[in-house]
Design a protein around this ligand. Sequence first.
Ligand code: GUN
Length: 281
Amino acid sequence: MSAEIIDGKKIAQSMREQLKNRIAQLNGVKPGLAVVLIGDNQASKTYVSMKQKACEALDIYSKLVKLPASATESELLDIIQELNNDSSIHGILVQLPLPDHINETSVIEAIHPSKDVDGFHPINIGRLQTGGEAFYPCTPNGIMKMLEHHEIDPAGKHAVVVGRSNIVGKPMGQLLLGKSATVTYCHSKTADLKAHTRQADILIAAAGIRNLITADHIKEGAVVIDVGMNRDDEGKLCGDVDYSQCSQKASAITPVPGGVGPMTITMLLFNTVESAERFSR
Ligand code: GUN
């Protein structure tokens, strides 16, 4: 059996078209996203430039604040305060990772929860667990949209999440639980990874380890979502899942590239538009 391919690029494109319609109904309010970039991390620069281009394509105002790696935490906190008070800005994103001398928690907590379009503020994380109006982290929420698009209902399914980061693994499990899945978290200290992943109806691979998941790790007919963004020996982008093996055994699978990646930025745009809608209510 060959798996159905979950085409993130296509789903992202159709969601972006829907967002254009929502923006058109904002009565002249232009959604605004501020992206703060500190230092010279090449991957961060690439992500930030992709985020800006995506904003431009939807006519979302994007403000880039660039700071040198030597910037102090207090300078950064002052900038966040200004952005919190700026009515043209509906979303604030501080690109991670931060230089070592800046405390990530203090920075995330300085962003007003109503503008925290990354969904990293403890208020938003709390509301993800308890319900209520919140921003959900972009990558896991994008995965939920992909499942929905393919009419894969997590209710009653066993979802296994490999990875426990604050950005992907932990919120992923919460979102799946919110849709009534039975959730297992696996991580670097899990004793027998395969024993768990083989039981997954829905497997989310978010460990950041190339080819961690082979055909032997999955059960026949599983839905396999690959969050990995690794490089192979030739520098080519590849995921955590051995795609050629697993696509023969899974019922549905995301490729890398063209799977989860395009959904992440789309969900950032989604949250920014949602924020502008809330502010204009
Ligand atoms: N660095 C890697 N992924 C992300 C993300 O989703 N948001 C932010 N702010 N930084 C990141």
